[in-house]
Design a protein around this ligand. Sequence first.
Ligand code: NAP
Length: 720
Amino acid sequence: MTTVHNAQRGPREARERPGCRSPAGSRPRRVLSLPASAGQNGCMVRRIESYAVERWVRPVGDGRVLRDAVTGEPVAELGQPGADPEAMLRHAREVGGPSLRELGFHERAAILKSLALHLNDRRDELYDLSLQSGATRRDAVFDVDGGIGVLFSYSSRGRRELPAGNVVLDGPTEPLGKGGTFVGRHVYVPRRGVAVQINAFNFPVWGLLEKLAPAFLAGLPTIVKPATPTAWIAEAAVRQLLDAGLPPGALQLWVGSPDGLLEALDGQDQVAFTGSAATARHLRSHPALVARGVRVTTETDSLNASILGPDAVPGTPELDLFVKQVVVEMTVKAGQKCTAIRRAFVPRPRMRDVTDAIAERLGRVVVGNPRDPDVTMGALVSVEHRDDVRRGVAALAAAAAPVIGDPGRVETRGADPERGAFVAPLLLRADEPERPEPHRIEAFGPVATLMPYDSVDHVVRLAALGEGSLVASIVSHDPGFVRDIVLGLAPYHGRLLVLDRADAAEQTGHGSPLPTLVHGGPGRAGGSEELGGIRSVLHHMQRTAVQGSPDALVAATGAWTGGAATADDGVHPFRKTFLELGVGDRIVGGPRTISDADIAHFAAFTGDRFYAHTDDEAAAANPFFGRRVAHGYLVLAFAAGLFVDPAPGPVLANYGLDNLRFLAPTYPGDAITVALTAKELTPRPNQDYGEVRWDAVVTNQDGVVVATYDVLTLVARERA
Ligand code: NAP
């Protein structure tokens, strides 16, 4: 049995040396369990380590110093990875994969919950470290709590929506031959490789956890490669995860260029990348990945749009919602969000109103040291990145002029604007919205461009010039406009938010990917999908079509299917406990004749007097029946009466029906028979009962199938 163990612990803390400056406005504080070496100015600078083959490995060679985005003080140093990539991959494949697959979905889901709880108790440590990347507390909550939320969500979905074990059935059995002896079914199974996850700098915690959770649940070990500018935060999060306890080999950390890792991947491995479109292009054409058919998914940059509807005139809630949302998206994480609004489309007559309203709100933004509680927007991640943003704005200037903010000037609170990576929020305006620049250039900071549009077709065409985006929002209370825009934009977007007065209080925001909904977008946005509930787990598995006889499929999948052998040992299956039941256990009940009196009684008793059951003349005119028929629900109720064993016993409850179809009418005088077969047995984690899915087939006296459905019951594991 796999043991979930705690990672070997490194030195617990590094303290700043006397004489070193603390970040402005902060008191010296304990930092996470990180080793330190003397930096250029004699201060203790943490050397970011990799975690390889169950131990922390110091980097080698000269380091690159990472600086506090606000103060410019060194916070960490990055060297060449001291770990051996081939040993890490071997460890993941030979130890991590088997130790994960020894568990099932439910056990792995339970571990995700324990990770979430562990991180939840230590959030403050990650918030503190995030300050050094220029993030405000609100930004850090977005990153850290958002990531923990993903763990909770996948834990819960994994236990509720995935079966026991490691095989997921995909769709029904497909008949492949006329005689019923040859059928096919799709199954998902864990791949035998490793997930290499290359993350962007802007969400060092969320980015790590939103990729780790579905891969882990799928049974695939992870090697995570964080982005350099915020690698110390990701390293701290990995230390917390390892402290919480993970199966051996399930998670390793590679800090540095991933080239050595990529060279050694093979067709069971996959690379999940988040970052710029330029790096994604490099990865998609990486010779080793192409040559060995390594799965590559990419989540890249995106020129997301928000569209104000023509109905949103001054005084409506929608105009205020639009303005507020644009400002929030410009300023949260100082605009360093892949989902931020870059292009704001406004009906031409509304341009002045919207510009004034945004100016008024942006005027209230306080840029500066995020350690100051009055500051509402922090710094960009580094001065190098600030210079990139300024270059982006300069390139946008060919089509768009600043209307609010100055790219070269910023007033800061509690921080030196020269030492920190600050820029002021910058609203641009492009009066010729067809110009290419606003639709191509991503200035990855607090920058958005306002553009006028003239009609639905016009704005759909303009939004599509982004060539595929992660998200767009439509702010309108006009159903006709909403319908036209949603259908026009959907092919170009992974997610669409419709915002109006009805959902304003509850909506989760333009820029927030949710674990239950897909995140990703076509074209420029990378062409992949992440999250989206269990979909994302399945992306990490292999879907295989298995063909054979029904019995061969039962043997391979553990699920009973029509045409396969059944068992009747004389004991009613309802008298068997969950542990005693086997797939294929069957009870056949009937026949029972359905009389006119039964139908009349059912109609009177339930109040369902639909003409097809009660009126001969009207029923005769019905194109499907030709004469009076029994209620479908009567057939179901009578079938239950035929298969149920009434005495108290292991069957605890019926909790629903799936896939119900009435396939042929049942006429007065017909005699029905039901065959009920145990089809899938799913233990419920930590419960003393399991779920049993029964296949139910109701036939008439001529052997014609009149109804098929699945009955779902909860059955006690053992006899009381
Ligand atoms: P980036 O420069 O493309 O880097 C992303 C990751 O790729 C980093 O870990 C980076 O490592 C690594 N990398 C760089 N060159 C590589 C190479 N030749 N081979 C393999 N890996 C390589 O992007 P970023 O600056 O970190 O992030 C900002 C961008 O990410 C923005 O454009 C933003 O829109 C996008 N983004 C997209 C999403 C999404 O979900 N679609 C989410 C967040 C961000 P180093 O840091 O060590 O160079």
